[in-house]
Design a protein around this ligand. Structure first.
Ligand code: P1T
Length: 380
């Protein structure tokens, strides 16, 4: 079965009791049992819920994994994966990640004795150089947030496998339609379903796809033991969003490429980060592991913070807001918004300066979006 068919049907079979084609939202917190130790399938909604299970099956199928797990937020999913680690364990993480992911490891898991080394993972051999006896996990994003670096998931997974390390890929920016990390050798593919999976900026959620049975069993245990589970209503919203993921991602990718090309042509723009631009240093690799470029574009504007601020104020269709992946276009300033939790020194080292702007290009008309960006650049 091809992706669009899976997106429309996975986890979506009609309700057994009523035939309802749109599956019911099962809000029950608990389920009657036929006798002690004789549940009819479900016991308690933190442990398992029919609406959540539909979403979990769909995520697994769309990622080409055996199992899916859903969470209350992307960070809930990240927290649960990080809880596979024990005191003294060491994690290797790519330099450029969502600010909240770095903050969680830097300010919370460090208190539990988890040690972190951040590396430039564009060189897969950097993994071997950073690995210690205590290293257990490699944490990647690709494309990365916000600089749109593309990491070679297959090459990194090959190096990591030799060292016995678990590779986790945050696949939020690509979505399961554009990239499937499990097929490239990663052990866990992670999503903030808040973004492209649900696609309408109306819920917060997270999800994992895994194939290894042992890793799945440990994560399933942690999902229940830690309790960062999503509400059935949010699972319904994520499932409903998934049904059109392929249609939305096609339009996001088309619009983002057009916006990126126009930014590149502007004399007010210093540099554009979009891997599917032929001039991108990641173009070849991105084409190898992704089917299209997705909806995220970052760029540096000439004139520093003042110019960035004027550009953001002048946009009419793009709202100034954190987050991404919804049908509507958003724009933000990573240094002062999504990545403000990184220490300034770290930000500068990574290249997240005051001149950096990140766009989440929506699914509106291509020409309207390009015109909006042009008029905002002219206002700078
Ligand atoms: O917001 P939440 O659902 O908890 O997801 C966290 C998260 C995880 N991974 C990536 C790659 C992300 O971008 C995010 C959240 N990011 C934003 C809110 C943002 O504007 O970048």
């Amino acid at each position: 079965m091809r992706f669009a068919t899976k997106a429309v049907h996975s986890g979506g079979e009609p309700d057994k009791a009523t035939g309802a084609v749109s599956p019911p939202i099962v809000t029950a917190s608990t389920f009657a049992q036929d006798g002690i130790g004789k549940p009819r399938g479900y016991e308690y909604s933190r442990s398992g819920n029919p609406t959540r299970e539909r979403l979990e099956r769909a995520v697994a199928q769309l990622e080409g994994g055996k199992h899916g797990l859903a969470f209350s937020s992307g960070l809930g999913a990240i927290t649960t994966v990080a809880s596979l680690l024990n005191k003294g364990d060491h994690v290797i993480m790519c330099n450029d990640v969502y600010g909240g992911t770095f903050r969680l490891f830097d300010r919370v898991f460090s208190n539990f004795g988890i040690r972190l080394t951040r590396i430039d993972a564009r060189d897969p051999d950097a993994i071997a150089r950073a690995a210690k006896k205590s290293t257990r996990m490699v944490w990647l994003e690709s494309p990365t947030n916000p600089l749109m670096l593309v990491l070679d998931i297959r090459a990194i997974s090959t190096v990591a496998k030799k060292l016995g390390l678990l590779v986790v890929v945050d696949n939020t920016f690509a979505s399961p339609y554009l990239q499937n990390p499990l097929k490239l050798g990663a052990a866990v593919s992670l999503h903030s379903t808040t973004k492209y999976v649900s696609g309408h900026s109306d819920m917060i959620g997270g999800a994992l796809a895994v194939s290894d049975e042992e890793v799945y069993e440990r994560l399933k245990f942690l999902q229940n033991a830690m309790g960062a589970v999503p509400s059935p209503f949010d699972c319904f919203l994520a499932l409903r969003g998934l049904r059109t993921l392929h249609l939305r991602m096609d339009q996001h990718s088309k619009n983002a490429l057009a916006v990126a090309e126009n930014l590149q042509a502007s004399r007010r723009v210093a540099e554009v980060y979009y891997p599917f631009l032929p001039s991108s240093p990641y173009h070849r690799l991105a084409k190898k592991q992704m089917s299209q470029g997705g909806g995220m574009v970052s760029f540096r504007i000439k004139g520093g913070y003042a110019a960035a601020s004027r550009f953001l104020d002048s946009l009419e269709l793009f709202s100034l807001a954190e987050s991404l992946g919804g049908v509507e276009s958003l724009a933000e300033h990573p240094a002062r918004m999504t990545h403000s939790s990184l220490p300034e020194k770290e930000r500068r080292k990574m290249g997240i300066g005051d001149d950096l702007i990140r766009l989440s290009v929506g699914v509106e008309d291509t020409v309207d979006l390009v015109e909006d960006v042009k008029q905002a650049l002219d206002s700078v």
